[in-house]
Design a protein around this ligand. Structure first.
Ligand code: PLP
Length: 224
């Protein structure tokens, strides 16, 4: 199947109001251009260097999302153009994003990444840590970021019951935060980014409105 067919197939099984991020990490600009030519405009990358290298080679109306772990010292490279950062996992990182966004005279939307999986290795905040950030006076002062929602990754397992319960818990946290932190200042919680190739149907059933899908669109990744 072609990239266009893969995208159409995914779109045919998800609701219209669910945003599809094409995760293009490891794939070259020509491959991304193929997806672009089928109308896809939002792409996700997990590395800053790779994201920047591709962005300069591809059309300027692409919206680039950073979905992988972000180090504070690299924020400056993506601040001028990134559309959404999914992986905020500390107040310090949030402050750095704000600082760099200010230099670019923009407001950068971000998601707080919540650790929902069993694996130790996955980055992210605990629900309590995320709540501390949302409550903190320090975060309320940041005028060049907008906290737009939450992101999470389920455990990499075949166990659908486990995946579903992890997504359920993230949706529950999202709903709780929306009540605790109604729109004001730099907080406007509207995006719930959960679901990848292996689990996006479950994620949609559990309330996701943003999917990050790579291999189902582009095929398997080959790491150099
Ligand atoms: C690679 C990646 C994805 C997409 O993974 P696929 O299984 O290829 O769909 C989604 N989210 C994050 C954070 C990733 O790093």
């Amino acid at each position: 199947m072609s990239i266009c067919e893969n995208i159409s197939k995914i779109k045919s099984v998800i609701p219209k109001d669910v945003t599809l991020i094409a995760v293009s990490k490891t794939h070259p600009p020509e491959t991304i251009k193929e997806a672009y030519n089928c109308g896809q405009r939002i792409f996700g990358e997990n590395k800053v260097q790779e994201l920047c290298d591709k962005a300069v080679k591809l059309p300027p109306d692409i919206q680039w999302h950073l979905i992988g772990h972000l180090q504070s010292n690299k924020v400056k490279y993506i601040a001028p153009f990134v559309s959404l950062i999914h992986s905020v996992d500390s107040l310090k990182l949030l402050q750095e994003i704000d600082k760099q966004a200010k230099k670019c005279n923009r407001i950068i939307p971000v998601l707080l990444q919540i650790h929902i999986a069993e694996e130790e290795t996955k980055f992210g905040l605990s629900p309590a840590e995320a709540e501390d950030i949302l409550i903190s006076h320090a975060s309320h002062q940041l005028q060049n970021i907008k906290i737009s929602g939450l992101m999470g990754m389920a455990t990499n397992t075949e166990d659908e019951i486990k995946i579903r319960s992890e997504f359920k818990s993230l949706k529950k946290l999202f709903d709780y935060f929306k009540i605790q932190f109604p729109d004001s200042g730099n907080i406007k919680l509207e995006i719930l980014s959960m679901g990848m190739s292996s689990d996006f149907e479950i994620a949609v059933e559990e309330g996701s409105n943003m999917l990050r899908i790579g291999s189902t669109i582009f095929g398997n990744r080959h790491y150099a």
